[in-house]
Design a protein around this ligand. Structure first.
Ligand SMILES: [Zn+2]
Length: 432
């Protein structure tokens, strides 16, 4: 045999051996592909808005195992085995379940199933319930799965305080009783504590002068409540219909302000030249700045307040003043960097399904759609004391996920078109 042929055979054999020993050069379909468990539930083919305020992921994916989210990212980065259950978002938007941080009359599992969960609201915070209806509500009742409910139980207040709330009043006479009330409510399952600092017996808007002072908690008592609640790891949420008693709430270090602390009339200058917003006094703005500085969340329940005020307004001009009065403080608070959570104060009689009216009001004060979604997910979970487990699409969080048709960043009303609802890793709505 010719020696060149022999050398040629040896070289070819060596090359073949090298190739066999270097499998790493073999190209893979995706060098970064993350393996998805065959037991996983996967939602893909949609834009992901994770609830943190981060920009959306255009071709996103959410991977769920058991009742937890295990991964969120770009669909191209994941290798999905054929055994995994895949839900197709059909080009819609994948979001955390919406959380309504301020509702009433939601303790019935049927209400939470049909009025909330099926419409994409996976959690609610009930901010005033009678003692008798304080029961830890299981996710699944005899009727099926329902939205999660976190509740405060009765409002802690002075005897005869805040008329109209007698049905859910936990009356205390001093700081010691206030501390005991907090512990009692926590033992009965309260996820948070609610108090009211309402100076007047007024159910009418500011221009109807029927004001009669009513009993209220003192600073010392509110401090005792905050201290005791925080010792139990619970937040204190305070009803503040006006700014009259705002300083007490701020001095005591409460965690959230419910409704708009409406300014005194001497602190607001209404615009009569067609502008949408009024002018606030430096003194009132200083109070708003304190709320911001103390990182207290505001749950303005704007739509409820505007609707209530407009209900008494006969003329269009008066309705405009109602809007200025409620919207201006929240707008300034937002501009100052204040944190806002969504809650619509809805009762059974005025259920709004997805709280779109409140979302529209938050857009009116200048929030972006992405910020409104964050207020309705991450921040709402935080103010309900559930920030560690709910409110965002992040690994480790409970798998409460919805899909809506369309893009809510372009039109918030897209949130009305819910096509998929998952709660605790279980699919409860899947439109055909
Ligand atoms: Zn309320």
């Amino acid at each position: 045999m010719n020696k060149f042929v022999v050398y040629g055979v040896i070289v070819l054999a060596l090359l073949a051996a090298c190739r066999a020993e270097t499998p790493t050069v073999t190209p893979r379909p995706n060098r970064l592909a993350r393996a998805v468990s065959p037991n996983a539930l996967v939602v893909k083919n949609g834009m992901v808005i994770d609830g943190t305020g981060a920009p959306p992921i255009l071709d996103g994916i959410v991977v769920i195992e058991e009742n937890k989210i295990v991964a969120v990212g770009h669909a191209a980065d994941f290798a999905i085995p054929p055994e995994a259950r895949v839900l197709d978002a059909r080009g819609g938007t994948i979001l955390p379940g919406i959380i309504n941080a301020h509702v009433h009359e939601s303790m019935s599992p049927l209400v939470r199933q049909f009025y909330f969960l099926k419409r994409g609201v996976t959690s609610v915070c009930d901010l005033a319930t009678p003692l008798t209806s304080m029961k830890r509500a299981p996710l699944r009742s005899e009727y099926g799965l329902a939205a999660r409910v976190f509740f405060s139980g009765p409002i802690i207040n002075k005897p005869l305080g805040y008329p109209g709330t007698e049905e859910f009043l936990y009356a205390v006479n001093n700081a010691e009783e206030a501390r005991r009330a907090v512990t009692d409510l926590v033992n009965r399952g309260a996820s948070m504590i609610k108090i009211a600092l309402e100076p007047w017996n007024w159910k009418l808007p500011w221009y109807v002068a029927e004001r009669e002072p009513i009993p209220n908690l003192t600073l010392e008592e509110v401090r005792a409540i905050v201290e005791q609640a925080h010792a139990h790891g619970k937040l204190v949420r305070v009803h503040l219909g006006t700014a009259e008693m705002l300083d007490i709430a701020l001095d005591a270090g409460v965690d959230s302000i419910e409704h708009v602390p409406l300014p005194r009339l001497e602190d607001i200058e209404f615009a009569t030249d067609g502008r949408a917003f009024a002018k606030l006094s430096p003194a009132y703005e200083a109070q708003l700045a304190r709320i911001v500085k103390q990182k207290i969340v505001m749950v303005p329940t704007l739509d409820r307040i505007v609707t209530w005020c407009e209900g008494y307004a006969v003329t269009e001009a008066r309705k405009r003043l109602c809007r200025q009065y409620a919207l201006t403080p929240v707008r300034r608070f937002y501009q100052m960097g204040g944190v806002i959570a969504l809650g619509d104060d809805s009762t059974f009689a005025m259920r709004t399904w997805m709280p779109l009216a409140e979302m529209q009001r938050l857009l009116t004060i200048g929030m972006t759609p992405l910020e409104v979604i964050r207020a309705s997910t991450q921040t709402a979970a935080r103010v309900c004391g559930q920030g560690d487990t709910l409110g965002t699409l992040e690994p480790g969080k409970l798998a409460d996920v919805i899909v809506v048709n369309g893009n809510p960043l372009q039109d918030i009303e897209a949130l009305a078109w819910v096509s998929i609802v998952i709660i605790d890793g279980q699919v409860v709505v899947q439109s055909k």
